[in-house]
Design a protein around this ligand. Structure first.
Ligand code: HEC
Ligand code: HEC
Length: 412
């Protein structure tokens, strides 16, 4: 029996390898393997190593050859390790009978982390208060028609549920779907193509974008805010009395506010160890999510937000999403052919409520988005039942958002 198991494991791991090698995407095969292995109650350790390997690859393109060699070594290491762990695990699986979801929690804990595990600096309440005012203030737009909250409405999970959002100037509309601001600060990079490093850097973008806030330049906005008594008070509380109203302080304060947009969901409770936080059908969905390899990209505390990946690894995305325009994603910035159609893997928290989906809001129904993902990123056809299961699981990622967070500071 034991030897039969070992044999099965060897075949299985071998199959994983050969399948992924066909797809000659080394980065992905490593992440995939890590995911597949974590399935079998694996190591935090190695998946961290894989992440750093992945990042060094992105950052340090010149030494790609060297890294490829390292990756091969790493793959070998993983294979050997996987044989041991996978086989050992199967053995214990069959000898214990603890119910269907017995190992699910510990597996999930190696793949995802609850919000409470994130080490966040204690927010400065004065900066947060200022940031919240700025977030809701239409004075931050050219004609005074919009605020951050117009497109990232905190009443509706940080989005406007439109395919493309209208800008401040009449008739203008953006070319990408507005992502949610909730939990965005957990991401390693901002925007669909990752072009801003963090929420502070990001905040300057929309203000000066003619299709969004449509402010001419930094000085125009600073002058405008200097005319408002309230802002003299709020800025000097947060940044001291020496010329506090600056564009840098403004983006810093908005960022500080966004860092507080971290409401928790039932999935967090589950990851903290409360087995009863998820229903059995949600657990079943979580299993399908893991087994379908979604975790290769959607893992960690935000279930995404940690890397850029090709949208359409196996097929042209626009043939499945019926997108009218083809967006090259990261390629438009890097002009690197190998980065065509690369987009940030979005986080999946609150995803049930942030339709429409994908960078161009081309897909309205979450079930379609799940089906398309499996097809494009994993070349797998999920059954209707599996799609339903995953969708049920995704609902457990919906945060409980307090009225306090949603309320505009300008309302009395
Ligand atoms: C007119 C609609 C609109 C307004 C107003 C707007 N945004 Fe956005 N926001 C977007 C769109 C569209 C994107 C995605 C653009 C892209 O990736 O190219 C985005 C991206 C973001 C992101 C990145 C999230 C992620 O997951 O990558 C953050 C954070 C954000 N906006 C915050 C803000 C803040 C803060 C303000 C106010 C200063 C603001 N936005 C104003 C539409 C808007
Ligand atoms: C190889 C990486 C990868 C894998 C595997 C993957 N995804 Fe994605 N996912 C992405 C990327 C990249 C996007 C953004 C695509 C775009 O809009 O340009 C995305 C977008 C999504 C979205 C839309 C989110 C939004 O806010 O618009 C959902 C839902 C989703 N994925 C679910 C899944 C599910 C379920 C699976 C498993 C069947 C899965 N993904 C597997 C990379 C991946």
């Amino acid at each position: 029996m034991f030897f039969l198991n070992i044999l099965k494991c060897i075949l299985e791991v071998f199959e994983i390898h050969s399948k992924k090698q066909l797809n000659q995407d080394n980065k992905l095969s490593i992440r995939y393997l890590a995911g597949k292995l974590s399935n079998r109650v694996l190591f935090f350790d190695s998946s961290d190593k894989i992440n750093s390997l992945y990042y060094s690859l992105r950052i340090n393109k010149q030494s790609e050859h060297k890294i490829n060699r390292n990756m091969k070594k790493h793959l070998l290491f993983l294979t050997i390790l996987s044989l041991f762990i996978a086989c050992k695990n199967k053995e214990t699986d069959s000898s214990k009978d603890e119910g269907e979801y017995a190992h699910l929690l510990s597996t999930a804990q190696t793949l995802f982390q609850p919000i409470s595990s994130v080490k966040m600096e204690e927010p400065d309440p004065d900066k947060v208060l200022l940031g919240k005012h700025l977030y809701f203030d239409t004075r931050l737009s050219g004609e005074g028609n919009i605020s951050c909250n117009s497109c990232h409405n905190l009443e509706t999970y940080g989005v406007d549920n439109l395919q493309f959002s209208p800008g401040d100037a009449e008739g203008t509309v953006g070319g990408r779907n507005s992502p949610t601001t909730f939990h965005a600060a957990l991401h390693k990079m901002q925007f669909w193509d990752g072009r801003a490093a963090d929420v502070e850097e990001q905040a300057g973008g929309p203000i000066l974008n003619p299709l969004e806030h449509n402010i001419k330049d930094e000085q125009q906005l600073v002058n405008r805010l200097k005319e408002v008594e309230l802002y003299h008070e709020l800025f000097s509380n947060a940044y001291g009395s020496d010329d506090p109203i600056t564009f840098d302080n403004l983006t810093n304060a908005i960022g500080a506010f966004e860092r507080t947009l971290m409401p928790e969901s039932r999935f967090d409770k589950y990851l903290e160890g409360d087995e009863s936080a998820l229903s059995n059908s949600e657990k079943k969905g979580l299993m399908v999510f893991i087994d379908s390899g979604c975790i290769t990209c959607h893992s960690g505390v935000a279930l995404g937000g940690q890397m850029l990946q090709k949208f359409g690894l196996y097929h042209d995305y626009w043939k499945h999403t019926e997108s009218k325009e083809i967006d090259y994603g990261l390629f438009d910035i890097s002009e690197d052919e190998s980065e065509k159609y690369f987009f940030k893997v979005p986080g999946l928290r609150n995803v049930t409520h942030t339709a429409p989906y994908f960078h161009d809001g081309s897909v309205q129904d979450l079930k379609d988005a799940v089906r398309i993902m499996a097809k494009l990123q994993r070349d797998v056809e999920l059954s209707d039942e599996e799609i339903d299961d995953v969708t049920v699981f995704l609902e457990s990622l919906t945060a409980d958002i307090s009225d306090e967070i949603k309320k505009s500071p300008f309302e009395s």
